[in-house]
Design a protein around this ligand. Structure first.
Ligand code: KIV
Length: 282
């Protein structure tokens, strides 16, 4: 199983690594078997799974449902539960309780928090001390969408860049095992990556970070329309599904489906031993 020590080793050995988001049992199993070392149950699920315009409405209960499903599907990957808005901002006590739920109830191995101000640094320190590994998240932090005035690239001015670097160092000092750097100039991400001992994981932060992360639906083309600049689409599942759905409907309409091979008979054919093998590919 991938651990936080492996992730540190990747950096120490100069090995770039991939992280992907996962939100359900089957996709987690596919990504895990494909060898993706880190799966993030991101609060982006609010947008790509639940249809909200931002991540702000996502609750701890929403996160736990998806985190539990992912942990049932993954065997090898390091699992990261993303702390949703208002699950850690009120007090360190609440942050500890909610982070603990990710570990105890949902089988996550670590949690991720957005931001790097003194309160978040304090929570990072406390969680690390009690044995809950913390992944930081700096730059474009979607839970602060209203403070940022939209989903905007951060760290473009010298002052902003200096603050993000300072926050990154404070999170490292507090015990974070890695930091996501989102939506920032490549040069800034490169200098943070160079300055830190712990690995950085970029999304819209250029090629120099130690790891890269993409949202499942972006990477595999389930989100439609023009992809953001930082996204590379590795499949076009929305098109494939739409084509397949049209073909299925046409087959039903014309009587081509179900065919004889899809029918059960009263004699002869062996019934399935384990229905899950038949329904979910074992
Ligand atoms: O919620 C999420 O998916 C994330 C990644 C984009 C890093 O935070």
């Amino acid at each position: 199983m991938t651990t936080v020590l492996d992730v540190q080793r990747y950096k120490d050995e100069g090995r770039h690594f991939a992280m992907l988001t996962a939100y359900d049992f089957l996709s987690a199993r596919i990504l895990d078997e494909a060898g993706i070392p880190i799966l993030l149950v991101g609060d982006s699920l609010g947008m790509v799974m639940l249809g909200h315009p931002t991540t702000l409405p996502v609750t701890m209960d929403d996160m736990l449902v998806h985190a539990k499903a992912v942990s049932r599907g993954a065997r090898q990957a390091l699992l990261v539960g993303d702390m949703p808005f208002m699950s850690y901002q009120v007090s360190t006590e609440e942050a500890v309780r909610n982070a603990g739920r990710f570990i105890q109830e949902a089988g996550m191995h670590s949690v991720k928090l957005e931001g790097g101000g003194p309160a978040i640094v304090e929570i990072t320190k406390r969680l690390t001390e009690i044995g809950i590994p913390v992944m930081g998240h700096l730059g474009l932090t979607p839970q602060s969408v209203h403070t940022m005035g939209g989903f905007k690239v951060q760290g473009k001015t010298d002052a902003q860049a200096a603050r993000i670097l300072k926050d990154a160092k404070a999170l490292e000092q507090a015990g974070a095992f890695s930091i996501v750097l989102e939506g920032m100039p490549s040069k800034l991400a490169a200098s943070i990556t160079h300055e830190l001992r712990i690995p950085t994981i970029g999304i819209g932060a250029g090629p120099a970070t130690d790891g890269q992360v993409l949202v499942f639906h972006d990477a595999f083309g389930l989100t439609t329309g023009k992809a953001p600049k930082f996204v590379k689409r590795y499949a076009n599942l929305a098109e494939d599904i739409a084509r397949a759905a049209t073909e299925y409907a046409e087959d039903v309409r014309t009587g081509k489906f179900p065919g004889p091979e899809h029918e059960y008979s009263t004699n002869g054919s062996t019934p399935a031993k384990d229905p899950t093998e038949v329904r979910y590919g074992g």
